[in-house]
Design a protein around this ligand. Structure first.
Ligand code: IPM
Ligand code: MG
Length: 354
């Protein structure tokens, strides 16, 4: 397994270090592991003046999968957009055509209380947000800031989706739902936006081939509300890039902490980038307090989706459950009477549980 480790900025290096230890521990049990590290985001800019240096792209290209930390930080906020850390990630997603972003939100029984919602609302929750990741207003052209015909400055972006882009994510949503509880909720804003009315129509067309799966359509404002009102009504949520970005942050809080949510971003040939959904958290970077579990769980997704190694993925997920049951907590999920540990100690606990 050739894995490109792109740790990035902020807490990225600390959390990916723990995930790499976990992969290496499995490696000692016979998985052959070759890890290559390269800078991305602000670190890429510092090293080579580019958030996705050519050399980093080469490392990613010769790998079988990418383990990604996080990018961004106040130090880089004033840079021109093309040089900003986030561009490193967006360009990787586009370059490898990683259109399918899987963001599972699972509530571990031990953490139900850590959610800001009532236990009974979130206990047992298991939903999957399937976010389209390479199109929408994130990538649509034209975009920019211009002086309009009235001499006033105006900013503009373009929301767009092609039929093919909607079709392939819809197919994946129905296929995935068949292996789960056979329910898909497609989220749009069809009452206002042409692009998303089109989204709704194409998803409904694809559904004709998947009559055994239940499909409902929901407006994004209602979906945001339903996610905190009754999240257990959802099985698979499929949506566009921007709505998926927003709803997945919201869904993370159902699980207790954004520090718990892994993700996989896959292309049609199963090549993937694996990353926690949280950001670089510059305020706590370098202090050994960040929660590494989302990244460790991302490593489990890496084994599952890029290497078909369900047993390895399961071992990691069981180890995470075990450390939670043993009472290990990082600061974001801290609880009176439980043991608050730092990033590395949480990594140690997962290794011991493995
Ligand atoms: C995410 C992040 C990214 C996004 C940023 C860092 C570009 O928020 O992965 O959800 O908006 O997609
Ligand atoms: Mg986001």
């Amino acid at each position: 397994m050739r894995i490109a480790v792109l740790a990035g900025d902020g807490i990225g290096p600390e959390i990916t270090a723990q995930a790499v230890r976990v992969l290496e521990a499995l490696g000692r049990d016979g998985l052959e592991l070759a890890i290559e590290r390269a800078p991305v985001g602000g670190a890429g800019y510092d090293a080579a003046g580019d958030p996705l240096p050519e050399a980093t792209l080469k490392v990613a290209e010769r790998a079988d999968a990418i383990l990604f930390g996080s990018v961004g930080g106040p130090k880089y906020d004033a840079l021109p957009r093309a040089k900003r850390p986030e561009q490193g990630l967006l360009r990787l997603r586009k370059h490898f055509d990683l259109f399918a972003n899987l963001r599972p939100a699972i509530v571990y029984p031990e953490l139900a209380h850590a959610s800001t919602l009532k236990d009974e609302v979130v206990a047992g929750l298991d939903l999957l947000i399937l976010r389209e990741l390479t199109s929408d207003i994130y990538f649509g052209q034209p975009r920019g800031v211009r002086v309009n015909e009235n001499g006033e400055r105006e900013g503009f972006d373009t929301m767009r989706y092609t039929e093919g882009e909607i079709r392939r994510i819809a197919v994946l949503a129905f296929e995935t739902a068949r292996r789960r509880r056979r329910r898909v909720c497609s989220v749009d804003k069809a009452n206002v936006l042409e692009t998303t009315q089109f989204w709704r129509d194409v998803v409904a067309e694809v559904h004709a081939e998947y009559r055994d799966v239940e499909l409902v359509h929901m407006y994004v404002d209602n979906a945001a509300m339903q996610l905190v009102r009754n999240p257990k009504q959802f099985d698979v949520i499929v949506t566009g890039n921007m709505f998926g970005d927003i709803l997945s942050d919201e869904a993370s809080m159902l699980t207790g902490s954004i520090g718990m949510l892994p993700s996989a971003s896959l292309n049609a040939r199963g090549f993937g980038l694996y990353e926690p959904i949280h950001g670089s958290a510059p305020d706590i970077a370098g202090r050994d307090v960040a929660n590494p579990l989302a990244t460790i769980l991302s490593a489990a997704m890496l084994l599952r989706h890029s290497f078909g190694n369900e047993a390895g993925a399961h071992r990691i997920e069981r180890a995470v459950r075990k450390v939670l049951a043993q009472g290990y907590r990082t600061a974001d999920i801290a609880e009176p009477g439980k043991r608050t540990v730092g990033t590395k100690e949480m990594g140690d606990a997962v290794l011991a549980a493995l």
